[in-house]
Design a protein around this ligand. Structure first.
Ligand code: NAG
Ligand code: NAG
Ligand code: NAG
Ligand code: CU
Length: 250
């Protein structure tokens, strides 16, 4: 019994200290390994195959105005691009995701001059390609996608979104963001970015009403971001409206 308790608390501790993050991507049957924040950075920094921007810790970003909200810290550009087509699904693969409450949003932004390597992610126009929120029950105790996508047995947690139909061909950043709301009035942001190259013959791009800056889109003045999920009158709500612009479906 003692053994089991000790083992359980060690596992819990490991999971709680490692918040998790998006470590890989899959498109169809192809795996694209991402940055592994606790492995040797030198070979990863030089890797010609690396499509994910550099991140070095699982810890969240706490401030919605932190410049690192765009593509995590330090957010150095990647060298490779994941090839995609309009209408194609891309899956972000997370390990040991532990939090259960809050929205998840997938974003894209066109890289100026089609060169993501020189793109400042805090100055591009981001649009949502998909988002997941409260799926059933109440804000405090209901099921959010953030909880239901977690795999507690150590297998990967999968989050799939689709490249908008008709999206203009070119190079883009893709950004997967988890916002965790379990600490009252202290939102946690977990962003990861990758470089993608959209092929095909698409010519569409989202209108102004879909575009935003990151940082910029979130603020502590937003009741959905600066939220106490345990407060009477909030905890028992069955609707959570994900803030920010609408999703652009193409
Ligand atoms: C992610 O890719 C790495 C290789 O970079 C691999 O070792 C790891 O198993 C992959 N993660 C998952 C969840 O498959
Ligand atoms: C922004 O977030 C990064 C990553 O969490 C952190 O290292 C940095 O200190 C933060 N900057 C500010 C100004 O809080
Ligand atoms: C939610 O909680 C508030 C405050 O405790 C209460 O006044 C309200 O009736 C509750 N609503 C529902 C639908 O249970
Ligand atoms: Cu955490």
């Amino acid at each position: 019994m003692l053994h089991i308790l000790a083992l359980t608390s060690t596992l819990l501790l490991q999971r709680v200290t490692a918040h998790g993050g998006c470590l890989n991507y899959t498109v169809g049957d192809i795996w694209y390994p991402g940055y592994s924040p606790y492995d040797d950075p030198i070979p990863q920094d030089a890797a010609p195959w690396m499509p994910q921007r550099k991140w070095v810790t699982n810890d969240p970003i706490f401030s919605p105005t932190n410049i690192s909200l765009a593509c995590n810290a330090p957010g150095d550009p990647a060298r490779a691009y994941i090839p995609l087509l309009p209408g194609q699904p891309i899956t972000a693969v997370y390990m040991y995701w532990v939090h259960t409450v809050g929205p998840m949003i997938a974003w894209m932004a066109r890289c100026p001059s089609d060169d993501c390597h020189t793109t400042d992610a805090s100055r591009v126009s981001w649009f949502k390609i998909g988002q997941r929120g409260l799926e059933s029950g109440t804000i405090e105790t209901g099921t959010w996608f953030q909880g239901s996508f977690s795999r507690w047995d150590g297998s990967p947690s999968l989050w799939t979104e689709t490249v908008p139909e008709g999206l203009q061909k070119g190079r883009y950043l893709i950004r997967h963001e988890i916002v965790s709301l379990h600490s009252a009035g202290k939102p946690q942001f977990y962003p990861q970015c990758a470089h993608v190259e959209v092929g095909g013959e698409g010519v569409e791009s989202p209108g102004e009403e879909y575009l935003t800056r990151i940082p910029g889109v979130w603020s502590m003045d937003q009741p959905e971001i600066n939220i106490d999920i345990y407060a009477p009158g909030i905890a028992n709500r069955t609707v959570y409206n994900i803030p920010g612009p609408p999703v652009w479906k193409g």
